[in-house]
Write a protein that binds this ligand. Sequence first.
Ligand code: AHM
Ligand code: MG
Length: 339
Amino acid sequence: MNNHITLGEYIIDNQKDFQYSSGELSLLLSSIRLASKVVNHEVNKAGLVDILGTAGNTNIQGEDQQKLDVYANEVFMRTLINREIVCGIASEEEDDFVIIEGKNKSHDNKYVILIDPLDGSSNVDVNVSVGTIFSIYRRVTPLGTPVTKEDFMQPGNLQVAAGYVVYGTSTMLVYTTGNGVQGFTLNPAIGVYYLSHPNIKFPEDGNIYSLNEGYYIHFPQGVKDYLKYCQEEEEDRPYSARYIGSLVSDFHRNMIKGGIYIYPTSSKAPQGKLRLLYECNPMAFLAEQAGGEASDGYRRILEIKPTELHQRVPIFVGSKNMVNKAKEFMANYPEDAKY
Ligand code: AHM
Ligand code: MG
């Protein structure tokens, strides 16, 4: 286990590599580490306590909020607010972004965080792994003033750090600060993350495709053609289909084994389903840092200029050669082609 380097040690050892190092980002990553352990504890006992089922609320996107979504949101929000290390938080579970005043109401903290506290939460009831996804930026408005929407509307290529926690057979925290992707596995007995997957690399090729094929009839023609290609009998094909329905888990498996994850537009979801700011951008940053690619089918995810906090985009993310092949099929049709 790499001489038993813990996440805490790793964060401190690498602080000097951050471009604007002042210790704040290290504190922020440490808070995510702490909150993830609290959520992990709750996720693990979800089958035992009366925490399953919906909380009776609906979020801004009209989806039922699961109790564990609400719980995870509260834990991450509370931890980040109490430690006064960010100036603003946007969450999948909050309609609008939240302004954090910081020490002495000074609005002096540098970073904003965007977070999906419990992604794939419809899987919780059936004991399938779920995850937390986060994305961190430096604010663009002046220090000392409350954050504004502008601080959150930054393209993904300006992310300072991004990562996810996968609450799976083991719990892992995987993140990047722009110097490669590091994976840490939690030892639940003592509550410590250890560096288990240093410098993770997406295999350039893969033989797994992951998408909800049940919606085939609603997909754009380029996606249908690419799927047909995946299923053709050739030397390295047909590929295997693997779809958990939890972005974090599907992405994580593909990054280790080689594969592509697709959530396209469809006649049912013309903008796609996944959210640009706290699902697609962090995954795209991780993918590129691991040598993979992330596209909306026509352009690099990380170059999309956001306009809305909860904006959705289509995504093709994974092994470089697979994403490029999918893009070739998409390029045969104009982006606004009818389904
Ligand atoms: P959520 O943020 O409401 O949990 O939705 C995101 C999830 C992803 O984890 C997953 O890949 C996708 O939605 C599954 O959607 P579908 O059921 O349409 O295949
Ligand atoms: Mg989500």
